[in-house]
Design a protein around this ligand. Structure first.
Ligand SMILES: Nc1ncnc2c1ncn2[C@@H]1O[C@H](COP(=O)(O)OP(=O)(O)OP(=O)(O)O)[C@@H](O)[C@H]1O
Length: 289
């Protein structure tokens, strides 16, 4: 079995991001495996979204290197290139914490618009599309087919012509992922994909992520607070606290790492149990006095 160290698609080295006096990410290094689902976890404000924003061109890091290695062996230093090049050439796609579908467009149109760049190229960036240029028509047909195939996969083909805003929340989340997948990414970055989902929707999301890893050769990097989901689906987990990496390994390793337990709870279970017993005792004493 290969690991993230043997075959990384993304390598983050000494990444630091400062906002004035605040160090949001502090000398962070880790790898994302090409065949893995990798989770970036940590308490609120740990710096997870800042890492995503640096890797996808929304922020220019203060220091550090972020190397994306495509399957054709091309390398891109993501900290140096603009966000549209990261998506188009380095093939990194992302979703955000809040849903960003085009609510008034149909479900199918949302997947078509993700393929806009390809269609523009086929039209030679001119009005050739209007005159029915063959290359444009072929490209348009392929885009519709791809969009429909994704709707089949996420079980929304029957809702293709409905406005995206009419879908239940869990379906909107999966549609966003399908939209990102329509850009043919090699690395898919998902910011809290399970937030707000019920257990059934979380299971549907997990199946989708497993299938993306297996069928699409796309690595998945996700930020998530739902620990049971993270521990179930992740091959690799990286834990941040106050911008610093405190643990890095498989789910089993991270789950049992005292540094992680302390970061999430502040204190260990025994101390919590003792404190609860003491509070209970005091309460009883107050009642009897
Ligand atoms: N644009 C910004 N300007 C100033 N401070 C920022 C900016 N973006 C993030 N921060 C700060 O950087 C720190 C890390 O924030 P970040 O959003 O990356 O954390 P997070 O781990 O994603 O948190 P959460 O789980 O709550 O989403 C926080 O203290 C946050 O306030």
């Amino acid at each position: 079995m290969t690991t993230w160290k043997d075959n990384p698609i993304l390598t983050i080295e000494h990444l630091t991001m400062r906002f004035g006096g605040l160090v949001a990410v502090d000398d962070l290094s880790f790898e994302v495996g090409r065949n893995d689902i990798t989770a970036l976890i940590g308490p609120n404000g740990a710096g997870k979204t800042t890492v995503f924003n640096c890797a996808t061109g929304f922020y220019k890091p203060t220091e550090g290197r972020i190397t994306m290695r495509r399957s054709n062996e091309e390398e891109f230093f993501l900290e140096q290139i603009p966000d549209f090049e990261i998506a188009r050439y380095a093939r990194v796609a992302r979703t955000f914490q809040n849903i960003r579908l085009f609510a008034g467009m149909t479900v199918l149109e949302n997947l078509m618009i993700a393929q806009h760049n390809k269609l523009m190229k086929a039209s030679n960036y001119s009005i050739s599309g209007i005159f029915g240029l063959k290359s444009f028509l072929n490209s348009e047909r392929n885009s519709v087919e791809k969009a429909k195939a994704w709707l089949e996969r996420i079980d929304l083909i029957d809702r293709a012509d409905d406005p995206a805003a009419d879908l239940p929340y869990g379906d909107q989340r999966r549609l966003e992922i399908a939209r990102a997948m329509c850009t043919d990414p090699e690395l898919l970055c998902l910011d809290e994909p399970a937030a707000g989902l019920n257990p059934k929707e979380t299971q549907e999301l997990n199946s989708l992520l497993y299938s993306i890893r297996k069928l699409d050769d796309t690595a998945v990097l996700l930020i998530e607070h739902d620990m049971s989901m993270v521990m179930e689906i992740s091959d690799h987990v990286v834990v941040l606290d106050y911008g610093v990496k405190i643990s890095d390994g498989d789910a089993e390793h991270v789950k049992n790492d005292p540094a992680v337990i302390a970061a999430y709870l502040g204190v260990d279970d025994e101390e919590i149990a003792d404190a609860e017993a003491e509070a209970h005792f005091k309460h009883k004493e107050e009642q009897t006095s």
